[in-house]
Design a protein around this ligand. Sequence first.
Ligand code: SF4
Length: 93
Amino acid sequence: MNGLSVPEKLSINKYELDESPHIKVDQEICRERCQNRVCLFICPAKVYNEQNGELAVDHAGCLECGTCLVACTQKAIDWQYPAGGFGIVYRNG
Ligand code: SF4
């Protein structure tokens, strides 16, 4: 296991998808106050992307690291842990 790259280790993880998203974005705050959309760059799972000028979230791949919640200084991101039994299951430490 130690010889694996980070992407290879991440691919071993298992996700129990909760259809109800645990990440929500306040589009109005994001559009009107955000200067840099730092979430596009800091998320290790690349969960955030832009679609037609709006911030889109693919919560299914979230690693639950909490980085985006801390990095969004405008508090446009509403982030909760997934409901019990859902979310990522780490299989490699
Ligand atoms: Fe990305 Fe971490 Fe935020 Fe999940 S918690 S969306 S992995 S930055």
